[in-house]
Design a protein around this ligand. Structure first.
Ligand code: FES
Ligand SMILES: [Fe+2]
Length: 355
């Protein structure tokens, strides 16, 4: 996959459910597609090509009429919730060309998130967006951090998440931990809702925690189980469990967190990053979440510079692969295969069904 490509045939987070109040239009760009999204009077989410079929004026700048149609702000064409143009002010007696319609995008709302499929709608039916069980579960305390716009291809963020050997030196001073770069890493591959995924597992026993983790969890020395799971092009799940030596698996002794990262491509060189920190305690979730704005800034700083270097031709340059790069190489292959499916399927022609 090139540092400018995006996988279109995938579910991506468009926003939180609460970001979409009823009858409010919002314009987005997801996987290089301009998309207008709104919640209808009935509470369903509608998503269509943001370009009016007349002269490409952004429909997100138009308005919703009392009958639920969307009126373009330029010459007033109105669209119903199937994407069909149903009124043209300058052709009051019709007929209306069947070309006067906008493409619809599959949408799913679950776990408090709105997911969009910017690819071939026929393929969306065979896939499900990944779940964020802890975010949806009231017994867990979750805090969302972001959204942050990162001027880099989203693959660079996924690679960053899969390879935590960058904690030192990039995050030195906050979550930097040089010792964890030495923990051996195992790779697990599995299919999830029909999508190939890759997970790194780092297990360590009698590990001397860095001060910030000893402070969060209260144990200076632990047995630890730490995973980073690319669950699809749109989501990576991180899980950390630790306990005093010999006590991993004993619920009363275990501490840890789950962090879900959503990475939604805007175009080939920009993406939107959100993360949800979940633990069993409100206080702990807040303490962990408050470290993240600074950590995310450091990652954005690195990814932006990395992306700039991608703009130069190779001219004899060769990338070096370390042991810790194994998962990201696998991840590149998976996304490359998925990206090929963009080309195998033409642009969507299906019409979004009325809610
Ligand atoms: S561009 Fe929308 S009505 Fe003309
Ligand atoms: Fe990082």
């Amino acid at each position: 996959m090139s540092p400018h490509s995006v996988v279109r045939n995938s579910w991506y987070v468009a926003g939180l459910s609460k970001d979409f109040p009823k009858e409010t239009l919002s314009g987005h760009v997801i996987a290089k597609r301009p998309i207008v999204i709104w919640r209808t009077k009935d509470g369903d989410i509608a998503a269509f090509d943001d370009r009016c079929s007349h002269k490409r004026f952004p429909l997100s700048k138009g308005r919703l009429m009392p009958d639920g149609t969307l009126e373009c702000a330029y010459h007033g064409l109105r669209y119903d919730t199937s994407g069909k143009c149903v009124m043209i002010p300058s052709h009051p007696t019709g007929p209306i060309s069947p070309q006067a319609k906008v493409i619809g995008f599959p949408v799913k709302e679950q776990d408090g998130l709105v997911w969009i499929w910017p690819g071939d709608p026929a393929l969306a039916e065979m896939r499900q967006p990944p779940r964020l069980p802890e975010v949806a579960d009231d017994r867990w305390e979750s805090i969302v951090v972001g959204p942050m716009q990162v001027p880099a291809n989203y693959l660079l963020l996924i690679e960053n998440l899969l390879d935590i050997t960058h904690f030192y030196p990039l995050h030195d001073g906050n979550i930097g931990d040089i010792e964890q770069s030495k923990i051996p890493v195992e790779i697990v591959e599995e299919k999830l809702h029909g999508v190939s995924t890759v997970k790194t597992v780092r297990r360590v026993q009698g590990y001397k925690q860095p001060p910030f983790m000893a402070d969060w969890f209260g144990y200076p020395v632990v047995d630890r189980w730490h995973t980073h799971h690319m669950m699809g092009p749109g989501l990576t799940r991180v899980e950390l469990r630790c306990a005093p030596p010999g006590k991993l698996g004993v619920a009363a002794e275990e501490c840890g967190y789950v962090i879900h990262h959503s990475h939604t491509p805007i175009d080939g060189t920009n993406h939107t990053w959100r993360l949800w920190v979940s633990t069993r305690s409100k206080n702990l979730t807040s303490r962990i979440a408050e470290t993240f704005p600074a950590v995310m800034d450091e990652d954005r700083w690195a990814l932006e510079r990395q992306q700039r270097m991608m703009e130069y031709p190779d001219d004899g340059y060769h990338e070096v692969y370390l042991r810790s790069d194994k998962a990201l190489l696998r991840c590149r292959k998976i996304l490359e295969e998925m990206e090929r499916s963009n080309r195998a399927h033409a642009a969507p022609v299906a019409v979004h069904k009325a809610a």
